[in-house]
Design a protein around this ligand. Structure first.
Ligand SMILES: C[S@@+](CC[C@H](N)C(=O)[O-])C[C@H]1O[C@@H](n2cnc3c(N)ncnc32)[C@H](O)[C@@H]1O
Length: 401
């Protein structure tokens, strides 16, 4: 028996059509994916949503309560993420309901932004009969879109959270789809279901797992965002060639939540460790502000890829100029300040982060400021990652772990 909230009403269909129209008009939704976006309702997959408040807390929006239904449906069919789990703790929903809101350190499950899903599914180039692996089942909505496009018996989806997998499998079944669902670390792929014609990651892995390359069919495609603390939105589309996978980055940026098993200290935690050293450090005059590097999306894309572990922090003061910081988990740090006398940098720790980060900007500028779609990535069967510009034998960099 389908719970009331999940009924596909005229109101839900109308909002879904409006969303599909908007995604079509913006160019995100290709014509061959429109039938799936029209047919698969999103709302049964996201009955309970957390809305982020400006102060960092989260307010619950309960689609299973008749009084909230219209506001909930409006949110579900906006081009926005739907946050469905915080801190990996299903119990936070009840706490949020009774207290009215809840604090949490991190979102651990969302239904991704529809325009990003649409872009990625279009780039994935899925055809009827393709065997598809999704890394990051989450709510199951994207798996349902894949089932509609290809054949449910050809879709496999993995999530590291057993509670999410069980809920997603139930909702998928209510929607009429029975893909293979598994709770495991998707970095291992799913050898029993391989080879895959398509692998799509909706969680952000720091590197393309070797298992995905090994489990790819001839001419199979991997589409994944590489997690970098600096962001950068690198979406790699790799095609199997022999024992490697190789291809360009999409011009469309896209990011997902990092896999749950990474766990480096945050930029703020590193900052707290080094703040006293920073107060004592000498300032050097330089010609390039970190804000200029980090503020340019294409320069930032390259810096994020080539500066491993580096994250940023912006500090504002009422009576002093802003500081733009970069920090790394090993305690390395640098920040620039722009004053009347120009740009000054202070830095410390084992790595020279100012030179690392601005060095990628200078390289990018010397190469003619290329767009991200001019860059590509080759992943070897041994896990080696090489970023290249233009062609496989163009200028390249080994991607640091
Ligand atoms: C953005 S959500 C996925 C959205 C989903 N595709 C949907 O349609 O709702 C990311 C998911 O990745 C999962 N995840 C995180 N690390 C993982 C890992 N190592 N292996 C598999 N899943 C992982 C999280 O539990 C979370 O559900």
């Amino acid at each position: 028996m389908i719970a009331d909230y999940s009924h596909d009403t005229a109101q839900a269909r109308c909002l879904r059509t409006r969303l599909a129209d908007r995604l079509t008009a913006s160019g995100a939704l290709a014509a061959d994916w429109r039938p799936a976006f029209m047919a698969v309702p999103r709302h049964p997959f996201v009955p309970r949503i957390f809305i982020p408040d400006p102060d960092g807390a989260y307010t619950p929006l309960d689609g299973t309560t008749p009084g909230s239904r219209t506001r909930w449906l409006e949110h579900v069919y906006a081009d926005d993420i739907c946050i469905t789990q915080l801190d990996g703790d299903p119990g936070l929903w009840d706490q949020a309901l009774s207290a009215g809101r809840v604090d949490a350190a991190a979102m651990t499950c969302t239904s991704s932004q529809p325009s990003l899903i649409a872009h990625m599914l279009g780039a994935l180039d899925v055809h009827q009969g393709h065997r598809v692996l999704e890394a990051g089942t989450g709510t199951g909505y994207n798996a349902a879109l894949l089932c509609h496009r290809t054949d449910e018996s050809r879709v496999a989806t993995i999530d590291i959270d057993p509670v999410l997998v069980s809920q997603a499998a139930d909702t998928l079944a209510l929607a009429g789809y029975r893909p293979a669902c598994r709770d495991a670390d998707a970095a291992d792929g799913w050898p029993e279901c391989a080879p895959f014609d398509r692998i799509i990651a909706t969680a952000s892995f720091p590197r393309i797992p070797c298992a995905w390359v090994a489990q790819l069919a001839d001419e199979g495609v991997i589409l994944a965002n590489l997690h970098r603390p600096l962001g950068g939105g690198a979406l790699a589309r790799l095609v199997a060639t022999g024992d490697k996978a190789s291809g360009r980055f999409l011009q469309q940026p896209g990011g997902f939540m990092p896999t749950r098993n990474h766990g480096s200290p945050s930029a703020y935690q590193v900052f707290q460790q080094v703040a006293d050293d920073a107060d004592r450090a000498d300032a050097d005059e330089v010609d390039l502000d970190l804000a200029e590097v980090l503020g340019h999306p294409e320069a930032r894309f390259l810096a994020a890829l080539l500066c491993p572990g580096v994250d940023e922090l912006r500090l504002s003061y009422p009576d002093a100029p802003d500081e733009r910081w970069v920090l790394a988990p090993d305690g390395s740090w640098a920040f620039t300040v722009v004053g009347a006398d120009g740009v000054r940098v202070r830095q410390g720790g084992p790595r020279k982060l100012y030179e690392e980060v601005t060095g990628t900007y200078r390289t990018w500028a010397a190469l003619g400021r290329p767009d991200r779609s001019k860059f590509g990535l080759t992943v070897g069967g041994d896990g080696a990652h090489r970023v290249w510009l233009g062609t496989l034998d163009g200028p390249g960099w080994d991607l640091p772990a």
